[in-house]
Design a protein around this ligand. Structure first.
Ligand SMILES: [Zn+2]
Length: 113
């Protein structure tokens, strides 16, 4: 793991998504690096209005309610700024911006040059 890898610029985006084993996702970025995550950690980091209180920022999602084997069923691009995940636990309203996905790799994932 390296923190020296250049963060994505405004024009950079995920260029390819890859399933890595049963429970990890790898994002290949257009500027070269890869980020790798446990998929459940992405689910738990959802910041949509159902998962985080819009006013207080308090978490509304009980992590215990998210199955250990939760999986993304579908991942769709949203405009040119994010990805929307449809999850096996029925949740599908969360959009992860590219910036969020990059920051998430720093906190719960890995960044590879
Ligand atoms: Zn959510």
């Amino acid at each position: 793991m390296s923190t020296e890898v250049a963060a994505p610029g405004p024009a950079d985006r995920p260029s390819r998504l890859e399933q890595d084993g049963p429970d990890h996702l790898v994002i290949h970025w257009s500027h070269g690096p890869r980020t790798r995550y446990p998929v459940r950690a992405i689910r738990l980091a959802c910041k949509c209005a159902q998962c985080v209180d819009e006013w207080s920022n308090d978490p509304l999602l009980d992590p215990a309610s998210v199955p250990q084997d939760v999986r993304p069923l579908r991942i769709e691009p949203v405009g040119n700024y994010g990805l929307q995940f449809e999850w096996s636990d029925g949740h599908g309203t969360g959009i992860f911006t590219f910036d969020t996905l990059w920051e998430l790799a720093r906190s719960v994932g890995e960044i590879h040059a």
